[in-house]
Design a protein around this ligand. Sequence first.
Ligand SMILES: CC(C)(COP(=O)(O)OP(=O)(O)OC[C@H]1O[C@@H](n2cnc3c(N)ncnc32)[C@H](O)[C@@H]1OP(=O)(O)O)[C@@H](O)C(=O)NCCC(=O)NCCS
Length: 132
Amino acid sequence: MNFHTRKWVKPEDLNPNGSLFGGSLLRWIDEEAAIYAIVQLENPKVVTKYMSEINFVSSAKQGDIIELGITATAFGTTSITMCCEVRNKITRKSILTIDKIVFVNINDYGDPTPHGKTKIKYIDEQFEDLGN
Ligand SMILES: CC(C)(COP(=O)(O)OP(=O)(O)OC[C@H]1O[C@@H](n2cnc3c(N)ncnc32)[C@H](O)[C@@H]1OP(=O)(O)O)[C@@H](O)C(=O)NCCC(=O)NCCS
């Protein structure tokens, strides 16, 4: 799993107990998963369909640097399934895991549409396709 995105936990990200607010973290994850799905499916129109059980393993506090990891686990006809882990960048301690996040590839009318993808495409391959 590649941990592409890092976040620095700031005061505005905290809950009233002074630790990272779960809602802030889920917002970041949803955006990260959307970007991952857009890149993999090569379509900017994707929507969140389903998220499985979310396990908040341990808390993060102000000043922590955390990193978000997403990887595809299955390609369906119109969907892509991903799993996610968030961990502390310095200690590698797990903060959250989600087994299943499903995004659906849609057309201009918002209907599910086949994406034609079957496997993960890595950055280098994407640049090769562009002739670079
Ligand atoms: C996404 C949406 C277009 C899908 O419409 P739908 O009628 O459910 O579509 P389908 O039943 O054809 O399913 C589409 C794909 O999602 C998958 N899917 C549907 N329900 C699922 C579920 N509960 N769990 C996992 N996958 C699911 C299907 O297996 C299918 O994948 P496949 O084509 O790869 O086999 C529609 O549900 C929608 O617009 N939802 C709202 C999306 C949204 O606004 N998200 C942001 C919420 S904050």
